[in-house]
Design a protein around this ligand. Structure first.
Ligand SMILES: [Zn+2]
Length: 83
């Protein structure tokens, strides 16, 4: 496993105390979980947002879409539910 990437702010780092992940154990094995690098980032995200990240990765089997949620928020508030 390489460095982890925070789904909220985009920080790359090794797994450290404060990081948390969201998803099922299957997602954990498939590396489709959502991750946050600190309690602050976890507080900034909602379960729904993290759930959407997990679902997107699970659907696409694509772990390369790593646009941080924070970046999504500051652009368009687009919430597509197709899929
Ligand atoms: Zn973060």
């Amino acid at each position: 496993m390489g460095p982890h990437i925070c789904d909220n702010c985009g920080t790359h780092s090794e797994w450290r105390p404060g990081w948390s992940w969201y998803g099922s154990h299957i997602d954990s094995e498939d590396n489709t979980v959502a991750r946050t690098c600190s309690p602050a980032c976890r507080d900034e995200t909602t379960d729904a947002e993290l759930d959407a990240v997990v679902r997107r990765r699970r659907a696409a089997r694509d772990t390369t879409d790593l646009t941080p949620l924070r970046a999504h928020r500051t652009t368009t508030q687009e919430m597509t539910t197709d899929g």
